[in-house]
Design a protein around this ligand. Sequence first.
Ligand code: DGI
Length: 139
Amino acid sequence: MGELTFSIIKPDAVANNKIGDILKMISDSGLTIKATKMIQMTKVQAEGFYAVHKERPFFGELVEYMISGPCVVSVLEGDNAIKRYRDLMGATNPAEAAEGTIRKAFGASIEANASHGSDGPDTAKVEVSYFFSSLELVN
Ligand code: DGI
């Protein structure tokens, strides 16, 4: 079994009908989709998910944005999946993201940047279990 990482297709990308395009980019990159579902986060869930950013000036806006519409959350698997998915997403600010990345293709701003991916093994574990039970992870 390869490494697991956690992905969110954010409300802007869902609203723009990009779920299929982004899941295709993930599959084409060789990562395996282990689990996926559409959710609408509550304010409490979004605040908990982004708790590491709660002292940042943009925290309130980030939470409001993440609850502005449905998201698609997924668990991805593959060798080195965490870094590979970060590379596929591109820079946080879509204006700085490389050609061929999700954020370059579909991100509109540093806030509405189309996707989230775990930044390390510890956060990946916490984030997967924040949204998925072990029964939802297909073997
Ligand atoms: O791991 P990333 O998502 O690439 O970036 P991060 O962990 O530094 O920030 C988490 C999210 O917070 C990011 O995807 C979008 C949002 N964000 C980051 N910097 C800013 C921001 N939102 C606003 N409005 N302004 C910022 O400067």
